[in-house]
Design a protein around this ligand. Structure first.
Ligand SMILES: NC(=O)c1ccc[n+]([C@@H]2O[C@H](COP(=O)([O-])OP(=O)(O)OC[C@H]3O[C@@H](n4cnc5c(N)ncnc54)[C@H](O)[C@@H]3O)[C@@H](O)[C@H]2O)c1
Length: 370
């Protein structure tokens, strides 16, 4: 199959759909990979790196879209991209269609087959193509907190791990899923005093076991959140209620009782955030202050480390992408996990929750494919 990799064009997006290492795997499986010139610049991979991996370099996105049977990207297609998609062309990328009716219209009109990274599933009921970015964001959250705690950025002037004889930072992680676990791991590694709050008792049990007592765990109630947040130097927001906006667990009123110069990192901001005072920020201006509390609310945290993020994403997408390249649409019909990823097929919405959010008709795959 001819597999095309255009350069990402969304603002400040430096990741790339296929790394040179992934290209090599596709080429070894007999595919023809077409890469737009400079597509890997954000991760320091040159056109020559891609050529060495077996790719053909084309000089424009237009040439990539026109020549490829499957397009592999990172971010949802932008208006100039979706007009170039065509019937039966496979699109494999993050889509996040539910809040994006314009993109949905564009994809439906194109007639393409769109498989969304974020809805592909695994055998354990997880979302394997979302998890690597949560791992990155969770780990980055502690780095972001460390920076924001510094005095010159408005923070308390506290070193996360303290030093012998001086107490470390108290870090509270609300939500002990993928983001929360990776944030806790980094925080423990730096020597912080860490508490994880979750409303799932089985999850708290797993955390208690895997951290062997090095994190405190607490069941999520209004009381426990209040108690922990008031005593914290750093609060990481990492809750997720799938398909819904994040619950607001920390109100504006509660900020008044928090320590001045303490730091909130609201990783869940892409779902609306779990602090009432959160609003999305960018890497260019990541923080702002409310009531003396520093807020870090960057909505695309993994974009800060495109080299790590592209590799982590490619590791996860590779088997699914190869299956699509090897078998085309048949792979979607055969593999229930890829099937869960299908959002758009032949001008129909094939993912129920997305169709419901957009108020558009839903077509089960069998019906759309008939
Ligand atoms: N900002 C970014 O760049 C970025 C990057 C990756 C992920 N995210 C976001 O981070 C959030 C967390 O993602 P994840 O992959 O860790 O999700 P996850 O499903 O693995 O974990 C979410 C956890 O939140 C817990 N939870 C739900 N309601 C709760 C409540 N009321 N109190 C306490 N805990 C509660 C759940 O039990 C679960 O353990 C999501 O919104 C995700 O989209 C943001």
């Amino acid at each position: 199959m001819k597999v095309g990799v255009p350069k990402e064009i969304k603002t400040h997006e430096y990741r790339v759909g296929l790394t040179p290492g992934a290209v090599r795997e596709y080429v070894a499986a007999g595919h023809n990979v077409l890469v737009e010139t400079n597509a890997g610049a954000g991760i320091g991979s040159t056109d020559d790196d891609y050529r060495r991996a077996g790719a053909t370099i084309l000089d424009s996105a237009r040439a990539i879209f026109a020549s490829s049977e499957m397009i592999v990207k990172v971010k949802e297609p932008q208006p100039s991209e979706w007009v170039q998609l065509r019937e039966n062309q496979i699109l494999f990328t993050y889509l996040h269609l539910a809040p994006d009716p314009e993109q949905a219209k564009g994809l439906l009109k194109s007639g393409c087959t769109a498989v969304a990274y974020e809805t592909v599933t695994d055998a354990h009921g997880g979302l394997p193509l979302l998890a690597p970015m949560s791992e990155v964001a969770g780990r980055l959250a502690i780095e972001a907190a460390g920076t924001a705690l510094k005095r010159y950025t408005g923070g308390r002037g506290l070193l996360i791990g303290g030093v012998p004889g001086v107490q470390p930072a108290r870090i509270v992680v609300i939500g002990g899923g993928v983001v929360g676990t990776h944030a806790a791991r980094m925080a423990v590694g730096l020597g912080a005093e860490v508490t994880v709050i979750d409303r799932s008792i089985p999850r708290l049990r797993e955390l208690d076991e895997s951290f062997e007592g090095r994190v405190r765990t607490r069941f999520s109630t209004i009381d426990s959140v209040e108690e922990e947040v008031f005593a914290a130097d750093v609060v990481i927001g990492a809750v997720l209620v799938p398909g819904a906006s994040a619950p607001k667990l920390v109100s504006r009123k509660m900020l008044a009782s928090m320590r001045k110069g303490s730091v909130i990192v609201d990783v869940a901001i892409d779902q609306g955030g779990c602090f009432e005072t959160s609003h999305a920020t960018t890497h260019a201006e990541p923080t702002y202050e409310v009531d003396g509390v520093i807020h870090y609310c960057v909505a695309n945290m993994p974009g800060a480390v495109p080299l790590t993020s592209s590799q982590a994403l490619n590791n996860a997408t590779l088997p699914f992408g190869l299956a699509l390249a090897n078998k085309g649409f048949a792979a979607v019909l055969e593999n229930p996990h890829l099937r869960a990823g299908l959002n758009v097929y032949r001008g129909r919405l094939t993912y129920k929750a997305v169709a419901e959010s957009l108020g558009l008709p839903f077509s089960p795959i069998e019906q759309a494919a008939a």
